[in-house]
Design a protein around this ligand. Structure first.
Ligand SMILES: Cc1cc2nc3c(=O)[nH]c(=O)nc-3n(C[C@H](O)[C@H](O)[C@H](O)COP(=O)(O)OP(=O)(O)OC[C@H]3O[C@@H](n4cnc5c(N)ncnc54)[C@H](O)[C@@H]3O)c2cc1C
Length: 316
């Protein structure tokens, strides 16, 4: 069986480009059949980035970034009916999962989210996902054609050969009859931090004694050009930081170049969220803290002494 044509969708530009690369690595070597959606509100250069990234066709959906997921799913359903992709690759982001779920409902398609690896095997799609708090890998197979797999950001393939000519189709969104009504919009406290995109993160855990001491952590983050992350207790229980700082299984998955963990024990649910950090520095007064098993640089000591020393060394 020849590999199916692919349709890639993510509202996150970098993830969309990664999906095209992933699809190209799954597509047959003659390179047919990778199409990508340019979603509403996409930056002006996304179409060119997707084309340069290896897409053979672009499905352009104009409109504002905050387009209703229900409307978007209906537009994607039309695209699927025309393009007839065998495999739809979505970014497993919050919005990606929502649109994927609605599309799966509209077209009665199988859908898996949170994939960390995708392969074609005969008549099926083999999907790997984390299980048991990231301690095991679940391997699932769904029949090819069509199916939706939403992959975690960062899952991609090698840079493919460029495509000579890219077909572009525009799809105006036609709102379907609303199933839901928006009665109120409330801004979630915590601002617009997108910690998944941070290249450097200073994460604080329960080693911090009181909220006021966050100023010292923020100063270190500033000195390193980093964002502040936290473990679940600091966001969910103490409420010292908003949810967009929370890293882990039930928080955000991050992929920074530098991850500094201060007073973090290294519970498995936290490690799931930071495992793909490139360089990990851990500060903990317990030499046996599990975080040290993940760390490239291990500092056994009191963060209340180490952080000021680091600040002095950094000239902060
Ligand atoms: C279903 C489920 C989902 C979960 N999801 C998440 C998640 O997404 N993210 C997450 O983070 N957790 C999650 N948790 C919670 C997780 O199991 C841990 O409880 C949590 O990660 C521990 O946070 P912590 O490391 O800040 O605190 P602790 O485990 O209490 O560790 C504090 C650490 O600080 C050190 N310390 C104390 N004082 C100092 C000091 N002065 N200097 C240096 N070191 C010091 C201690 O030695 C200790 O190692 C989840 C739990 C469950 C059950």
């Amino acid at each position: 069986m020849s590999p199916d044509p692919f349709l890639c969708y993510s509202e996150e530009p970098d993830v969309a480009v990664d999906l095209v690369r992933l699809a190209r690595s799954l597509a047959d070597p003659s390179g047919t059949g990778v199409r990508a959606v340019v979603p509403p509100g996409a930056p002006a250069d996304l179409a060119d980035r997707l084309a340069a990234g290896g897409a053979h066709g672009l499905e352009i959906v104009p409109g504002p970034a905050e387009s209703d997921p229900q409307v978007l799913a209906a537009t994607l359903a039309e695209i699927v009916r025309v393009a007839k992709p065998g495999l739809l690759l979505f970014g497993s982001t919050k919005r990606g999962r929502e649109v994927a779920g609605r599309l799966a409902g509209l077209l009665d398609l199988p859908a898996l989210t949170g994939a960390t690896a995708v392969r074609l095997e005969g008549e099926s799609v083999r999907v790997e996902r984390e299980a048991l708090s990231g301690n095991a890998v679940a391997i699932e197979r769904i029949p090819r054609g069509p199916a939706i797999v939403a992959v975690l950001p960062g899952t991609t393939g090698p840079a493919p050969a460029p495509v000579a000519s890219v077909e572009r189709r525009e799809h105006p969104t036609a709102p379907p009859p609303p199933l839901t009504e928006r009665t109120e919009v409330r801004t979630k406290p915590g601002g617009q931090l997108e910690i998944e995109k941070a290249e450097r993160i200073v994460t604080i855990g329960r080693g911090l004694r009181k909220k006021e001491d966050l100023t010292m952590i923020e100063a270190l983050a500033r000195a390193l050009g980093a964002e502040v992350g936290c473990t679940r207790p600091l966001a969910a229980e103490a409420g010292w930081l908003s949810d967009d700082h929370w890293i882990g299984l039930t928080g955000h998955r991050v992929h920074p170049k530098l991850y500094v963990a201060l007073g973090v024990s290294g519970a498995v649910q936290h490690l799931v969220g930071m495992r793909s950090a490139r360089i990990v520095v851990a500060v903990n007064r317990d030499a046996n803290a599990p975080i040290f098993a993940q760390a490239d640089y291990k500092i056994v000591g009191d963060l209340y002494q180490i952080v000021p020393a680091l600040l002095r060394a950094l000239g902060g």
